[in-house]
Design a protein around this ligand. Structure first.
Ligand SMILES: C[S@@+](CC[C@H](N)C(=O)[O-])C[C@H]1O[C@@H](n2cnc3c(N)ncnc32)[C@H](O)[C@@H]1O
Length: 238
């Protein structure tokens, strides 16, 4: 993990577009770790996330807009750096979205993608994270929200390769935890599970999903949780 942050600390990012900003976790990583940036623009198509992130980042050099990644309201070649974190599996039309992202990236500009993956040798605590993710994705799909299961590592790499970027670097990493049962992320995961169980109350014939959710909460308490493995891939537009 330290290794990843030391890579980010070398980046003079210039004008940054954070695509699918959500609640802004990756903007916080940019703020705390990149060597420099001139401005960060975060975009997302969820009203709730945009509202949250706008309040979280009142600073003048960070702007958050509601926008669909499939049709970006920016001129060609506007950004020096484009980031997208933990969002690939939320994209219904990744080809169209990457077409748009490459259009607004300057020649020589940098694309940074980070994404968790589901395969490989992951600990029991990491499996908890993956299983919860898939349970929530399943429920999102039932309510009409596009949310696929997380990708395998090779699938993420293959999607990135299609962009034909230059000088690509790949980092395979995870955030180590000392004790998976006392990991502070467990609290967040339990809260997410409970929120999702509340959502399920309005979905007909979902008793089996509620049971699955309760068993996942037991799993968090018994086995603990830890962030799944991720890849960070960096490449440059010709
Ligand atoms: C897991 S969240 C983002 C996490 C965030 N990047 C972070 O680092 O914390 C995925 C986001 O993708 C957004 N999203 C999915 N499809 C989109 C689209 N076509 N245009 C804009 N945002 C989209 C969703 O609204 C959601 O907020």
């Amino acid at each position: 993990m330290k290794d990843i942050y030391s890579k980010l600390a070398l980046i003079d990012a210039g004008q940054v577009l954070d695509a699918a900003t959500g609640r802004g976790e990756f903007i916080n990583i940019i703020k705390s770790n990149f060597k420099s940036y001139s401005q960060i623009i975060g975009i997302d198509n969820s009203d709730k996330s945009v509202d949250y992130a706008q309040k979280l980042f009142p600073e003048n050099d960070i702007e958050i807009y509601k926008m669909n990644l499939e049709a970006l309201d920016f001129q060609d070649e506007s950004f020096d750096t484009i980031t997208m974190a933990n969002s690939l599996h939320h994209l219904e039309n990744p080809d169209q979205i990457f077409f748009e992202l490459l259009r607004v990236l300057k020649p020589g500009g940098r694309m940074i993608l980070t994404e968790m993956y589901k395969d490989g040798a992951q600990s029991e605590a990491q499996q908890t994270h993956i299983q919860i993710h898939h349970w929530i994705a399943n429920i999102d799909r039932l309510t009409g929200i596009f949310h696929r299961e997380t990708y395998n590592k090779d699938e993420i790499i293959a999607l990135f390769k299609k962009l034909k970027l230059k000088k690509t670097e790949l980092y395979d990493y995870y955030i180590p935890v000392d004790n998976p049962k006392t990991n502070r992320n467990c609290e967040t995961l339990i809260r997410n599970c409970n929120d999702t169980l509340t959502r399920l109350e309005t979905i007909p014939d979902s008793a089996h999903l509620a049971e699955e959710g309760k068993s996942l909460i037991r799993r968090i308490n018994e086995t603990g949780c830890a962030g799944a493995c991720r890849v960070m891939i960096i490449g440059f537009k010709s």
